[in-house]
Design a protein around this ligand. Structure first.
Ligand code: SER
Length: 600
C-alpha cells in the first residue's frame, strides 16, 4: 500500500463512520503564541476542542502537515522525522473511548483496510497516579477486542498523557498502538516505547476528559473529546514491511536525487546512511516550510530560525557526503514533484522554495569561509602558546558573531587534538536570547491556545487592523502571519515600505472609530466559495466545498476565522500601534495593544 492509498483509505473509512473530511491547515499556526509550527492535527482544532462549534460538525478527520523539531538530533534513526503527515479523526463531544478504540482496531486489522495481523499489535494505556485513576476503561475495551493483558502496557504520564504541560486546560490519557516489527527484543525490558526499533508506534488515541485546574487538580471536562493521530510515514513503512521510513516511496526519489549529486550510496555504511537520512529529512521539511503560503524565509528568529537551522544542518551532512557547494535545488525539486499532487501549494511556491534554499546555502558558505579564517587565527595563536583547550566564550563568539556552527568548530579542533570547553560554551549560550526564543517549539506537548478574555479581544482587534490596513494602504495588503499573547497582538502583512506616521495614525484612528461605534460581531458557517463570494478575507488553507466560519464585524470587516471573538467591538478599549517594522522582504510587522483608560 502506498501513502496515497493510505490517506485515501483512512479518510474514506472515517467518512463512512460519519466524519467530515477537512483540509490540512497551514504549517504555521494562526494566533497561537505557544508554538512555532503545527505539531499535530489537533493543533488547529483547539478552539473547537475547548467548546466552540465547528462548522463541519462534531466528527472530523483529515491529513495534516506537521513539523516537530524537538527531536532534531534523533533524525537519522529509523523513525524520527522533523516533517511528517498525520492522519487524524476527532470527536468534539460526540463519541468516546468505545468507538474510537474499536474503529482504530478495525482500521488496523480488518482485511478491508490495513489488514495487520492482530497478533503484531501491542498497546499502551495510562497507568494512573495520585490525582487521576488508571485508564481501566481503555484496557477493558482492548480486551474485548481480543488484545490480551500481556500486550497492554500501562505507562506513566510522561508517555501516555496528552495535554497542557504545566498549564491549565483540556487534557487526558491516551492509548498508543504499536506494530511489532518481528525484530529480536533488545533485552528484558524491551517493550512498546523502547528505542531499539522492535516496536513501531503508528497511532495514538487521546481522550480529552479532564480540565487541569490552576491548583493542579483535574476536573471532569464538560465536553469530552477524542483526538487521534496516525503517522503516515511510519504506517506505510510497516505496511510495506520496511524497517524504516526512508525505504518507502515517500523518500526514494529524494534519496535518488542526493545520490545523483555525490559519489556515495545510501547503504555504503551506517554513517553514510545517517547523513543521507538527515539531508533527506531536513530538505524535505525545509521545502514544506518554504512551500507554505505564509512565505516564511530563513532568518534569526521564530520559524525563520528553525528553517535556517534545518538548511544549515543539512549543509553540514551534505559536506560529509561530498555533495557540491550549492546542492539543495535538485533535492528540493524531487520533494516538490513527489508531493505536489497532495500539497499543491508546493508547486505554486516552487520558485520561492528553490531560490530561498539556494540563497541560504550561499549565505552559509560565506559564513563558513569567514568563520574558518577566524578559527584558523585562533588556532594559530593557541599552537604558539601550546594550548589544547579552546575557551567556551571563543567557541561561542564564533557561533554568535560569525554564525559558525559549534559542530564545525568541534570537528576542526578535533582533527588537531584540541578540545572545547563545553561548559563555558553552554554558559554563554544560555544567555543567547534569540536561540532560546526560537527553541520555543521544543517545549510543546499539546499546549493549548489561550482563550482568555484579553486574547479574545486582541483576536477581534486583529480583524479590525487587517481591514484598516487594506483600506489605508491598499488591497495588496494580505495577512502573512498573526500571533497573539494576553499582552499584545502581532500582525505580519505584505507591504513593501515602512508605514508613514500619517498612515499609522490613520489606521489607529479607523480601528478606534469602529470600536467606538460598538458594532456587533456575528458568525455564520458557510462554504469557502460562499465566503469568497461574499468578499470575506480568507487564507489559502480551505479546500473546495469546505465549511468555514465567517466572522462579520458590522459592515466593516468579513473574515474566515476559527475564533473566538468578542460580541461587540465596544468591548475592546483603545487600540494603539506600538511598533511597525520589517519582518522579512516585502513583509511588515505590527505590534499593537488594547488599552483601558481608568478615567472614564
Ligand atoms: N495529538 C495526538 C498526537 O499528536 C493525537 O493526534 O499524538
Amino acid at each position: 500500500m502506498t501513502a496515497d492509498e493510505l490517506r485515501d483509505l483512512y479518510l474514506k473509512f472515517f467518512a463512512s463512520k460519519g466524519h467530515t473530511v477537512i483540509s490540512s491547515a497551514s504549517l504555521v499556526p494562526e494566533n497561537d503564541p505557544t508554538v512555532l509550527f503545527t505539531t499535530a492535527g489537533m493543533h488547529p482544532l483547539v478552539p473547537y476542542l475547548i467548546g466552540e462549534a465547528h462548522p463541519a460538525g462534531s466528527r472530523l478527520c483529515n491529513c495534516q502537515k506537521c513539523v516537530r523539531t524537538g527531536d532534531i538530533e534523533e533524525v537519522g534513526d529509523p523513525s524520527h522525522l522533523t516533517f511528517f503527515e498525520m492522519l487524524g479523526n476527532w470527536s468534539l463531544g460526540d463519541y468516546f473511548k468505545e468507538d474510537a478504540i474499536a474503529w482504530s482496531y478495525e482500521f488496523l486489522t480488518s482485511p478491508d483496510y490495513l489488514g495487520f495481523d492482530p497478533a503484531r499489535l501491542s498497546v499502551t494505556i495510562f497507568e494512573g497516579n495520585e490525582t487521576v485513576p488508571r485508564d481501566d476503561e481503555s484496557q477493558a475495551i482492548w480486551n474485548r477486542l481480543g488484545i490480551p493483558d500481556e500486550r497492554i502496557y500501562a505507562l506513566p504520564m510522561k508517555d501516555n498523557w496528552w495535554g497542557p504541560a504545566g498549564q491549565t486546560g483540556p487534557c487526558g490519557p491516551d492509548t498508543e498502538m504499536f506494530i511489532d516489527t518481528g525484530k529480536e527484543a533488545c533485552g528484558d525490558g524491551c517493550q512498546p516505547g523502547c528505542s531499539c526499533g522492535k516496536y513501531f508506534e503508528v497511532w495514538n488515541d487521546v481522550f480529552m476528559q479532564y480540565d487541569k485546574q490552576a491548583d493542579g487538580t483535574y476536573a471532569k471536562l464538560k465536553q469530552a473529546n477524542v483526538d487521534t493521530g496516525m503517522g503516515v510515514e511510519r504506517t506505510i513503512a510497516m505496511l510495506q514491511g520496511k524497517a524504516n521510513v526512508f525505504e518507502t516511496e515517500l523518500f526514494a526519489p529524494i534519496l535518488a536525487a542526493i545520490e545523483a549529486g555525490c559519489d556515495k550510496h545510501f547503504d555504503d555504511d551506517p554513517e553514510t546512511q545517517h547523513a543521507f537520512r538527515v539531508v533527506a529529512d531536513h530538505i524535505r521539511s525545509s521545502v514544506f516550510i518554504l512551500g507554505d503560503d505564509r512565505g516564511i524565509r530563513p532568518g534569526n528568529l521564530g520559524q525563520g530560525y528553525v528553517l535556517r537551522r534545518l538548511i544549515r544542518r543539512s549543509v553540514r551532512y551534505a559536506k560529509q557526503l561530498g555533495l557540491g557547494e550549492v546542492f539543495a535545488a535538485p533535492i528540493a525539486e524531487a520533494v516538490i514533484t513527489n508531493y505536489s499532487h497532495v500539497y499543491p501549494e508546493l508547486e505554486r511556491n516552487r520558485t520561492h522554495i528553490v531560490s530561498e534554499l539556494t540563497e541560504e546555502e550561499r549565505r552559509f558558505e560565506k559564513t563558513l569561509t569567514r568563520g574558518m579564517s577566524e578559527l584558523e587565527k585562533v588556532l594559530e595563536r593557541m599552537t604558539e602558546h601550546n594550548q589544547t583547550m579552546l575557551a567556551g566564550r571563543v567557541a561561542f563568539k564564533l557561533f554568535d558573531t560569525f554564525g559558525f556552527p559549534l559542530e564545525f568548530t568541534e570537528e576542526i579542533c578535533g582533527e588537531r587534538g584540541i578540545t572545547i570547553d563545553r561548559k563555558g560554551f553552554d554558559k554563554a549560550f544560555a544567555k543567547h536570547k534569540a536561540v532560546s526564543k526560537a527553541g520555543a517549539d521544543k517545549a510543546f506537548k499539546g499546549g493549548l491556545a489561550d482563550a482568555s478574555e484579553q486574547t479574545t479581544r486582541l483576536h477581534t482587534a486583529t480583524h479590525l487592523l487587517h481591514k484598516a490596513l487594506q483600506t489605508v494602504l491598499g488591497d495588496h495588503v494580505k495577512q502573512r502571519g498573526s500571533n497573539i499573547t494576553a499582552d499584545r497582538l502581532r500582525f505580519d502583512f505584505s507591504h513593501h515600505e515602512k508605514m508613514t506616521m500619517e498612515e499609522r495614525e490613520a489606521v489607529e484612528k479607523m480601528v478606534n472609530e469602529v470600536i467606538r461605534q460598538d458594532l456587533p460581531v456575528t458568525m455564520e458557517p458557510m462554504t469557502i466559495e460562499q465566503a469568497r463570494e461574499q468578499g470575506a478575507m480568507a487564507l489559502f488553507d480551505a479546500k473546495y466545498g469546505e465549511q468555514v466560519n465567517v466572522f462579520t464585524i458590522g459592515d466593516f470587516s468579513k473574515e474566515v476565522c476559527g475564533g473566538p471573538h468578542v460580541a461587540r467591538t465596544g468591548e475592546l478599549g483603545n487600540f494603539r500601534i506600538k511598533k511597525e517594522g520589517s519582518s522579512s522582504a516585502g513583509v511588515r510587522r505590527i505590534r499593537a495593544v488594547l488599552e483601558f483608560s481608568t478615567h472614564d
